[in-house]
Design a protein around this ligand. Sequence first.
Ligand code: NAD
Length: 488
Amino acid sequence: MVKEIYVAGEWRLGRGNVIQSLFPADNSVNAEISTATLDDVEEAIVKADQAWRKPEWRHSLPHERAKILYRVADIIESRVDELSKLQTRDNGKPLAETRALVMSAAATARFNAAACETFNEELTTQRAPDFLTMSVHEPVGVVAAITPWNSPIASEVQKLAPAIAAGNAVILKPAEATSLIALELAKIFEEAGLPKGILSVLIGRGSVIGDAIAQHPLVRKISFTGGTSTGRHLAHIAAEKLITTSLELGGKSPTIVLPDADIEIAAKGIAYGIFSSAGQACIAGSRLFIHQSIYETFLKRLVEITEGLRVGHPEQPNVHMGSLINPKHLESVHRYVELAKAEGGTVVTGGEAITAGEFAKGSFYKPTIITGLDNSAQTCQEEIFGPVLVVLPYQDEQDLIEQANDSCFGLAAGIWTENYRKAWKIARSLEVGTVWINTYKKFSISAPFGGFKDSGIGREKGRLGILSYMQQKSIYLGLNEQANLWSD
Ligand code: NAD
């Protein structure tokens, strides 16, 4: 049966063509899904605009909205096995990873419920005896939430929870590849008691449906996670409409090994930082800088660890890397490896697809390490979004900072050392939004996340993440008995 989309609180077939959800590990069909048309977009947005203005929602108390989000968190948690399986079927990540994403989505809903309930408005500093001023925050209205395929449910709840906590309505446009988990999320919000019209989930092509949602005059905020070129396009639309955006974009994150690092711990951490999610992570530590004094020793151990990683069927236990999202993406990753060779790089390990036996029908790629490139090489500058690590030596701290910052991206970085004073100094010199020291890819919902430079604008998460879905209003209360406002 063809899956329905969720338009303003109604489950019905989208009026567009039918697409297939494929399991990346063997390209078998998970489901057929109907897609939205421009008419569906229009209907969802007009109804969303009506829904958020209704007094029941517009004047709902924070704890009432929080209650919905607490329920969302409980439902997600109670269905963790089923939801992680569904997500693995959608994007080919190993079950352990998708389970962590599901649990993170539940935590995000709960955190935003608490942030919403405990959010304080302020009386502003009084400078005049004849009036009182206060600052209040109000919803922006209809929010477009547009998300990629690599960490769905987590990145979706990261937008939905604060937007709904703030009293908005949301039109969610997930990546086509991960439509199933997004539609399931709509069911969860519905079951949790979200009023009709406050959420729509529209499936369809980004360049058509995503674009139409962003362009719609009633959409007052674009919250986007995805590639930098799409983000730039959406920023242009937002600039024309004079609306705000939150853009979480791509990366080419440096990880750094100082000469005093514990080689075993650092090598394992670095392998995890690049090869988990098969490198399909915005924060993947894809450029490695090793101090020249330990370069050979460290590289040798890293290659051994990499060659010991288990690439396998994502539904099997204890798998480190599953399939890439689809054959087209595998080709793109492999083209970068060929480019690296043409640029003078040496493939030290990996560098090819895995096609034997059970891997034949999926898009599996060997974890790959490339040396011998200059940081200016295209392979060192562009986001590959696959299991490919480029390794470069550095001489001293100045050389390191110059090379690490020589990138259009600025999403994240990792530093491995026993010297926290040095690590702090380097962390402050790196032009990135997140720095991990002696760990990598760890997240706390209470720590704001976002990029410098081409990696994005704005911050998600943290107690104040909710603010990006609100607009501020100042209210003056006159205290004078007299109405005369003329200064004479
Ligand atoms: P993408 O930019 O191709 O697509 C992301 C979403 O935007 C999808 O839903 C897509 O359908 C939609 N879209 C595409 N063109 C559009 C348009 N013209 N108008 C409106 N919507 C449009 O990215 P992707 O390939 O799905 O995801 C991979 C990218 O996402 C990588 O660059 C990765 O680094 C980035 N990413 C960033 C973060 C972060 O938090 N910084 C997190 C995850 C992924």
